[in-house]
Write a protein that binds this ligand. Structure first.
Ligand code: AMP
Length: 392
């Protein structure tokens, strides 16, 4: 499948609708992290250099289908204006379009101020379509949702394209989905087994090695009959976890689960941490694992070595708390080292990306995805509505 690329379009004098993902964290109207805004700049600058005018649209947070000043895109318009060095006008009333001159930039107020957005309402999409001649989607973080601006709207335009960010996300995802260079190592972590099961099941045939850490790993350890104390465990997924490990074993593929954990008696930032191995009679009942332990880190180092393709999604522990972030940070270092030694590495998920960024390693890995749910669904083998709409 080949997405329609931006360089195939003619944007001279055109009004271009760009669906961006400006769903940034805000606190008291101040943007806490502008990565998503900066990630859209290459596409916007490309279109402006071609003589287009821009109508930008995004959602922000979860307003309930009606205007809510808390979720206004006003701070984004101000920040974007500074980044682009040109005015960005925020448009709140967009029942009828405004004439635009080449180089002008509008930002439509939060799409989710209208119920039609999440309802994928055709009439809402028709209203939006009046604003532009061409459609560009650059909102990778939103393409897994069948909402009006990503699903119904593009189909109303004869010319529609993937923006540079969306294209980069798509092409990098393809590198871990098809024509993969082996050995292929998958590293998964984070809290919820259910979120990661589709990826594991979809990639099981393709990968050569699997490293599981984080809260989800304890369900796998329990499936193996090993002690996990009070650690997170999703009993309803034990069977699925066991099936995955059995399949890997049958196919002669290697996997690494935590050999030991950094544990605490309760889930708290200031809890006293100790280390125990996941061995019968050695892991105390009253403790919970909150990070992978030193023995696991040492084994992970050799486990990662020699991989030629690495996909990593999800932290190895409660990475938000200093006491329990060593595992995630060490894995980030190993992945960066292996990338420097010639491996291709794709990093996905907010926490994993933060770990890489914290260590200043973002340019030492091959690609850091901006998509959370969208990446999980894509890697889980699902068809994403916003991608399908560009192709249809
Ligand atoms: P996810 O969204 O499923 O990728 O999970 C990310 C979250 O998992 C982060 O907020 C981590 O703090 C949390 N997490 C990672 N390891 C553990 C653990 N051992 N116990 C509880 N939570 C964890």
């Amino acid at each position: 499948m080949r997405l329609p690329a931006l360089h195939e379009g003619d944007f001279q004098g055109k009004r271009v609708f760009v669906r961006v993902d400006y769903n940034v964290p805000l606190q008291d109207g101040v943007i806490q992290d502008d990565r998503r805004i900066r990630a859209s700049l290459p596409t916007l600058n490309h279109l402006l250099s071609q003589g287009a005018s821009l109508v930008l649209a995004s959602h922000l947070g979860r307003p309930k289908g009606q205007p809510d000043p808390k979720y206004s895109l006003a701070p984004v318009a101000t920040h974007l204006s500074a980044l682009l060095s040109r005015p960005v006008r925020l448009v709140s009333d967009w029942a009828s379009p405004i004439p635009l001159r080449p180089g002008e930039v509008l930002l439509l107020e939060n799409l989710r101020f209208h119920a039609g957005e999440t309802q994928n309402d055709p009439e809402f999409a028709r209203l939006l379509s009046q604003w532009a001649d061409v459609y560009v989607c650059d909102a990778f973080g939103s393409v897994h949702r069948a909402h009006a601006s990503v699903e119904a709207l593009p189909k109303l335009f004869p010319h529609r394209y993937a923006g540079l960010l969306l294209m980069a996300e798509w092409e990098n995802a393809q590198r871990v989905l098809s024509n993969v260079i082996h050995p292929y190592l998958l590293i998964v972590g984070g809290a919820k087994v259910a979120d990661k099961l589709p990826i594991l099941q979809n990639l099981l045939d393709k990968i050569d090695r699997l490293l599981i850490g984080g809260g989800m790993s304890y369900t796998f350890l329990k499936a193996q009959g090993l002690p996990i104390g009070k650690s997170l465990c999703e009993d309803e997924h034990i069977e699925a976890a066991r099936a995955i490990l059995t399949t890997l074993q049958k196919r002669g593929k290697k996997f690494l689960l935590p050999l030991d954990s950094v544990v605490a008696p309760h889930f708290a930032e200031d809890a006293t941490a100790r280390v125990f191995p996941h061995l019968p009679n050695q892991f105390p009942e009253e403790y919970m694992g909150l990070d992978i332990g030193p023995q696991t880190i040492a084994s992970a180092k050799t486990f990662i070595q020699g991989a030629k393709t690495i996909l990593w999604n999800g932290p190895m522990g409660v990475f938000e708390w200093k006491t329990f972030q060593t595992g995630t940070l060490r894995i980030a270092q190993f992945v960066a080292e292996e990338t420097q030694a010639g491996a291709y590495s794709l990093i996905g998920g907010g926490d994993t990306a933060s770990a890489i960024e914290m260590l200043g390693l973002s340019d030492k890995v091959s690609f850091v995805s901006t998509g959370g749910g969208a990446l999980l669904e894509l890697l889980g083998g699902q068809t994403l509505p916003g991608i399908a709409a560009l192709l249809s």
